[in-house]
Write a protein that binds this ligand. Structure first.
Ligand code: ACM
Ligand code: ZN
Length: 653
């Protein structure tokens, strides 16, 4: 739940203090910035041997709130709970210069109760040392949740004593690289011949203890009913087909599945004391369920009208299992509605309010709250750290997208919710899916410094400083991280958005009507019929509302009407390539001109086989010469890979 402060003066105070201390704050690049800070001029030297006083006080907002005073005479901390004292010590650690502390008076509390990061240790297995190091870093920036995505097709990573094949086989695959393995046979192997690994229960217990001592709760995720190919290869009797390989979904009609999952969860709960346990719930194909005798029988017995409702039955049943054991369910946003939690009264009957992790669209948060759930916001648009953080051609291959530090920082978890609904926002989380993250170094590169933005939002909410101030602090913090050996992205060298996106282009066809001989796709309509002559060019994200996408007939064919016969010297356009979402440069590019829109003179024809590229990029295509005409036609044809053609502007000069 959101932690709120009753005193309205507090915000005004924060603002005044923020303004007064701005210059000093620049020298004290704290992240997250404490809510209220008064800097003194003096210093406490030899802080480690100075007197420290701690007092437990009542009436502070939230378990993690604290007050801290540093004077030349010593340190005084007040908090209401252990978590508050811990956060105060983390602030002191951030403030310290050697053994000296600048005098200050701080009153501090977090905006959100859930400030999380998710690591996907399935797609690529990361050694424990990497997890410990991330816990240290998360704690430094006052995160309080580490969500481990422990199971998925690419590898089962947690020892389950009752089902040894989960790790004997499911933790080892035939190729070290997820990309190669996924494009290949998707088979599992064993510890001798395969690639991967798993954590023993004792190793995880030790990690959980270590994190807890630093204020970080480790939340395990066991995927169900989908993303479970590795389980169903090892225990095929749990799928609808009962055949090894080929199934991703458990059979929700089969009672043995519930027994299996309950047994697995019993061992998981014994390792992880977290009140919240994540059961996945995303992207179930459900394809086999409709033809499965057991699934059909279950649907008939339970009065379920389709496979979506069958998923709902499955999710609620597992949530009830967890509730009976005193835990709360966390699940992805596909579990809102028929596929999970639909009715607030029915949800309340569980006795433990589930939390929905919103990833597809922040607007789904409202549906989840209305269905009686809490929410943690981790929308792909702002919180998926497997997306590019800088101009893709300058970056190692990533999953696609474009989520810069600035984009992350712009995220507002409560946006679009009423005050009542916003009370059910527990917080926010960044997710690092690891399909394209093969090593711990690559993981750190994608996490840092973007996690600093999540830290600042999680702690300060909407009262956070303007981005320019935050970026200055993030630059200092990134330099510090890199100096410590953390493989953070070098924010100082950031290229940022495609420059053309912020500079409207002026050309002869600006505002000219465009005739589409093949229509653009409604999902990638950009500004609609005027998009290709509005002077606005696209950025690095193919879904930024500037790129128009074409897939019909594997061709792009548009005519621009210049209004009258004009002298034309140049026609230029830009296409995008992003192989992940199957957007390719065209193989054939043709420019023609006409006086009447019927009889065409071809000005150029360019043909070049399409080659896949690891990173998205954009390329200019054009003609220059001397011609006259009223209509300019641009055609482009997809190559061997088919897919989409994406264009942002037809420029005529
Ligand atoms: C997800 O990205 N499938 C939760
Ligand atoms: Zn079935």
């Amino acid at each position: 739940m959101k932690n709120t402060v009753c005193n309205p003066l507090a915000n005004i105070c924060t603002l005044l203090i923020y303004i007064m201390s701005a210059t000093v704050a620049a020298a004290q690049p704290l992240i997250p910035m404490p809510r209220q800070v008064e800097w003194g001029e003096a210093w406490l030297v030899r802080a480690s041997s100075a007197p420290w006083r701690t007092d437990t006080v009542a009436g502070l907002p939230g378990e993690e709130a604290y007050r801290l005073e540093v004077t030349p005479a010593g340190v005084h901390i007040e908090a209401g709970a252990a978590a508050g004292f811990l956060r105060a010590r983390q602030t002191l650690a951030a403030l310290s210069h050697g053994d000296s502390l600048r005098c200050c008076r701080i009153a501090d509390w977090p905006e959100y109760a859930w400030r999380g990061a998710m690591l996907d240790v399935s797609r690529h297995f990361f050694p424990l040392a990497h997890l410990y190091r991330q816990v240290d870093l998360l704690a430094r920036y006052k995160f309080n949740r580490l969500h481990l995505h422990l199971t998925d097709a690419a590898g089962w990573r947690i020892e389950i004593k009752r089902y040894p094949r989960l790790t004997q086989q499911g933790a080892w695959r035939t190729d070290a690289s997820w990309k190669t393995w996924w494009a290949g046979d998707r088979r599992y192997a064993d510890a001798l011949t395969g690639h991967g690994g798993c954590y023993t229960q004792d190793e995880l217990r030790a990690l959980v203890r270590y994190a807890a001592e630093r204020g970080v709760v480790v939340v395990p995720e066991i995927e169900m009913p989908a993303h479970s190919e590795e389980v169903l290869a090892a225990y095929p009797e749990l799928s609808c087909t009962r055949e090894p390989y080929g199934a991703a979904d458990f059979c929700p009609g089969n009672d043995s599945v519930y027994t299996f999952l309950e047994n697995v969860l019993d061992e998981v709960l014994d390792i992880f004391p977290s009140a919240d346990i994540h059961i996945g719930g995303d992207e179930a194909g459900k394809a086999a369920w409709g033809d499965c005798t057991l699934c059909r029988r279950r649907m008939a017995e339970e009065g379920l009208s389709d496979v979506e409702e069958l998923q709902g039955y499955f999710v609620r049943r597992m949530a009830a299992v967890l509730a009976a054991k005193g835990r709360r369910t966390v699940s992805w946003d596909e579990t809102v509605g028929a596929g999970g939690f639909a009715d607030a009264a029915q949800t309340a009957a569980l006795g433990a309010r589930p939390s929905i992790m919103i990833w597809r669209n922040p607007a789904l948060a409202r549906d989840a709250v209305r269905a009686g759930c809490d929410v943690v916001l981790s929308p792909a648009s702002h919180c998926y750290f497997d997306y590019y953080q800088d101009a893709p051609p300058t970056q190692p291959e990533a999953a696609g997208g474009f989520v810069t530090l600035e984009k992350v920082y712009a995220f507002r978890p409560d946006e679009g919710l009423t005050a009542d609904e916003a009370r059910h926002v527990r917080g926010l989380q960044a997710n690092l899916w690891a399909e394209y993250v093969p090593t711990p170094a690559a993981a750190e590169y994608m996490l840092w410094p973007r996690l600093l933005a999540i830290s600042e939002i999680g702690w300060n909410g909407d009262s956070r400083a303007p981005f320019a101030d935050f970026r200055r602090r993030a630059l200092a913090e990134t330099a510090r991280l890199r100096a410590e050996g953390v493989q953070a992205f070098d924010l100082a060298a950031e290229c940022g958005e495609r420059p053309e996106r912020s500079v409207p282009v002026r050309h002869m066809a600006l505002g000219a009507p465009v005739k589409y001989n093949l229509p653009y796709h409604s999902v990638y309509a950009a500004a609609g019929d005027g998009a290709l002559t509005d002077g606005l060019r696209g950025g690095w994200a193919n879904n930024d509302g500037r790129w128009q996408g074409f897939i019909r007939g594997k061709r792009f064919d548009v005519e621009v009407d210049l209004g009258r016969r004009r002298r034309v010297r140049r026609v230029e356009t830009t296409f995008m390539q992003a192989c992940g979402p199957e957007i390719f440069y065209p193989e054939m590019f043709v420019v023609s001109i006409s006086d009447d829109g019927e009889h065409w003179t071809e000005l150029c024809r360019r043909s070049e086989p399409v080659r896949k590229t690891a990173q998205p990029d954009v390329r200019r295509y054009g003609w220059s010469g001397r011609a006259r005409g009223r209509f300019v036609r641009v055609e482009a044809t997809a190559g061997a890979f088919g897919g989409w053609i994406f264009c942002d502007e037809i420029e005529v000069y």
